[in-house]
Ligand binder design. Structure first.
Ligand code: XMP
Length: 529
């Protein structure tokens, strides 16, 4: 979302008046990379939106400056394969087909697609042919990422071959006259060299769209949209102190001030001091009036005697909704509930693969809008996580709040294996605080995606002084990840592990052994429960 200067088309100056301030529409044919295309376009400072491949063409055309057809697992000559509406190619709007998207476009316009002689997966060489704005500043022989079996063997009438792979296969086609282009490789994945440049060339040079998608423009537009939607109404939201709910609260507060009531439910399952500290900083530093509900005893009572992980999650989820609802009723006069839904959830719901049951974090207070007859507002629903952070920075939220590691809704309950008791919470909080402090001291906090301590349900024998001990074991977990879907254990320096271990064993009463978790996801998960 950085701002770029208005870019030239084909080397000439762009007349801003001639260019629509607009978005790029990505039609999804089922690729696992569709969301990456959306991200890459936004990195050019241009708003992008994902729609299903068969979305109404009239609506697709509205405010759209360019269309990208994603890849997909199908074959154009498969019977049930998704096909683009051929009216798309007559709109006069530039279209870029990627992988299956290129094949589907070629097939629709009279080209020939065949099963490839070689199946190309993984890295390949690519060289542009002739000079085309799509490959402006793209050198010969770049490494590109391919993943396909079919190929275009004959471009449609009026199209030229714009580039080939090392083994001579047609890897890009285009018609400059109609502004229709195809790429056999995936410019959106990081393994493709100069992939970002190719997307930028399409968006800026070919479609002539200017960069106007910035954190500041998002804040300005969203604040005014919230004001006109909410009017004089009041809004509640759950504030956990995590990045999404913090940014959402500050954003809505900027629009309607104290008619936003962020509710912070202290369930007693939070990290030592950390979460409350964030809430107090949002309150004191940014002027939010936070409603803090102390529900610690209630959660502990509900969890008494429960060891099964799924049951714990259910109990915590239900207790949260109950507390939240009671509080919202107590406050009274509420018309809206704000939720921190992000764009990946929205994309999933429009995907060809169909909506899937995603795990929602606890601030997604399911069911409440119907029970209380509340209207839902989701001000972050167009943003990716990294954009949420940039918007947070624009709103003046401190970088360390925006850079916090993710924390699960059920909190420490899923890091205390076995029964959750007040004493075990306190042991874990102390050990976890030491581990995180050592990670921060070593300057590693921002290199690690998520780090925490887990309290195991076993005791081990130890010796302290002349005494035999029989006490708790804790495991330190730290992972490197992009989105939490896959993760690799973090290679923690030995001296950091040593300091953690010494301080935890000496300083936390009831712990006599510290282990380091060296499992990756998959097959392990990040949390232990
Ligand atoms: P797993 O353990 O599934 O975790 O590899 C992936 C990411 O999701 C977080 N997580 C949760 N977040 N409610 C949440 O809000 C949950 O029940 C939950 N379980 C796991 C986990 O911390 C990691 O970031």
């Amino acid at each position: 979302m950085e701002t770029r200067p208005e870019t030239a088309i084909d080397g000439g100056e762009v007349n801003v008046a001639d260019v629509r301030r607009t978005r790029v529409t990505i039609l999804d044919f089922g690729s696992q990379y569709t969301h990456l295309i959306a991200r890459r376009v936004r990195e050019c400072g241009v708003y992008s939106e994902v729609m299903r491949f068969d979305h109404d063409v009239g609506e697709v055309a509205e405010d759209t400056g360019a269309i990208i057809l994603s890849g997909g697992p199908s074959s154009t000559y498969g019977e049930d394969s998704p096909r683009p509406d051929s009216a798309l190619f007559d709109l006069g709007i530039p279209v870029l087909g990627i992988c299956y998207g290129m094949q589907a476009m070629a097939a629709a316009l009279g080209g020939e697609v065949a099963e490839g002689t070689t199946r190309e997966y993984g890295p390949q060489g690519f060289t542009p042919e002739g000079a085309n704005p799509l490959f402006y500043e793209v050198p010969d022989g770049i490494k590109v990422w391919m993943s396909h079996g079919d190929e275009v063997v004959e471009p449609p009438p009026g199209f030229s071959v714009l580039g080939r792979s090392t083994d001579g296969m047609i890897a890009s086609i285009g018609s400059d006259e109609r502004k229709l282009y195809g790429l056999q490789f995936h410019p959106e994945v990081v393994h493709t060299e100069h992939g970002g440049q190719v997307i930028e060339n399409f968006v800026h040079r070919i479609a002539g769209i200017i960069s106007d998608w910035t954190p500041a423009s998002f804040v300005e537009e969203t604040v005014s949209a919230i004001r006109s939607e909410v009017g004089e109404g009041r809004v509640v939201c759950a504030l956990s102190g995590g990045v999404d709910s913090s940014v959402m609260s500050v954003l809505i507060h900027r629009a309607i001030g104290d008619r936003l009531v962020p509710i912070f439910v202290d369930n007693g399952l939070l990290r030592k001091d950390e979460d409350r500290d964030v809430i107090e900083r949002l309150r004191d530093g940014l002027g939010l009036t936070v409603d803090i509900v102390d529900a610690r005893d209630r959660f502990l009572e509900a969890l008494r005697g429960v060891a099964d992980p799924e049951e714990k999650r259910k109990i915590i989820g239900n207790a949260f909704i109950e507390v939240f609802e009671e509080e919202a009723r107590r406050i009274g006069g509420i018309r809206y509930l704000a939720q921190g839904t992000l764009y990946p959830d929205v994309i999933e719901s429009v995907s060809v693969k169909g909506p899937s049951a995603t795990i929602k974090s606890h601030h997604n207070v399911g069911g409440l809008p119907e029970i209380m007859n509340l209207k839902l507002i989701e001000p972050l629903r167009t943003l990716f996580k990294d954009e949420v952070r940039k918007v947070g920075g624009e709103l003046g939220i401190d970088a360390d709040i925006l850079g916090r590691h993710p924390f699960p809704g059920p909190g420490l309950a899923v890091r205390i294996l076995g029964e959750v008791t007040a004493e075990r919470i306190s042991v874990l909080q102390e050990a976890d605080a030491i581990a995180i402090e050592e990670i921060r001291r070593a300057g590693l906090y921002d290199d690690i995606w998520q780090a925490f301590v887990v309290l195991l349900p076993v005791h081990s024998v130890g010796v302290m002084g002349d005494e035999r001990t029989y006490e708790n074991v804790v495991a330190v977990r730290a992972v490197d990840s992009r989105d939490g879907m896959t993760a690799h254990w973090f290679p923690m320096p030995h001296e950091v592990l040593e300091r953690m271990s010494t301080r935890i064993i000496n300083g936390v009463r009831g712990v006599n052994r510290v282990c380091y978790d060296v499992s990756s996801k998959p097959p392990s998960t990040i949390e232990w429960e």
